[in-house]
Design a protein around this ligand. Sequence first.
Ligand code: CUA
Length: 311
Amino acid sequence: MWRNWIPFWRPGVSSYAGDVDLLFAGLLTASIAIAVLLTALLLVFAIRYRVGSPADRDHRIRRSWRWEIAWTSAALIGFLGLFVWGAVLYLGIYGEPHDPLPIYVVAKQWMWKVQHPGGQREINELHVPVGRSIRLVMASQDVIHSFFVPAFRAKHDVVPGRYQTFWFRAEREGTFELLCAEFCGTDHSRMRGRVVVMQPAEYERWLAGQDVGGTLASEGAVLFRELGCSGCHSPQSTVHAPLLDGVYGKPVPLQDGSVVIADEAYIRDSILLPRSRVAAGYPPVMPSFAGRVSEDDLVRLVAYIKALAEK
Ligand code: CUA
């Protein structure tokens, strides 16, 4: 591979890393071309019209728009082309992958907490199978962090107060550095971990070898009762509250006439800010659970409501 011949260059190892590298090379080439052109012109004029040079300075001003228009439109088209290239790549990276494996990440000062749907938990480590799209659902418990795996060319901010989803697919086994790429306080530089990419069979063995209380969804079901959610959101309830079976991933009509898809972010908002987007046909009577459920518990509740849709 030609890229292995460039010193200090380590090709990326995720599905979109090659495209990101190519865009980087394109930007670098454009920047070098412009820098060389401008420096060369600068030198030529500086030498030619230096003090005491016999160069002819008696130019008559000729009106010619040809150079002006050619140069301006070439630069415009060239740089707009880079923009379109980057935008297309961005939409691919920040879109939704096909049949992903969901993994929950909670960032806090100063660590990465990872929860797998089966209930496996790890800190500053993320084990994933090779060749499978991983969809990260990320939340921050305090300030803005940024999930960054340089080898995957994957970076996404983790902002408090909302879920961010992000995906990648590792194409090679190995251990890769995980960094926080947003200054988040004293120990920001130590907020790092590693991503371990394994063969699927090995990954299954790793999952089975972890100490697990229950799946995220089963822990969520316990919380759902403990917090009293089941008191209203059940068929027997006298309170007129929406039933949540099968709601995940479906469109929900809202009181203001708009429609949202019930994704993780919507479920989270409905728990913490229940009056912000009220489902049509229901009175806005639900109390907010902000401050009563931690990010870790929110992940469990969301996993439970997702599991209701999969039954
Ligand atoms: Cu978290 Cu920097």
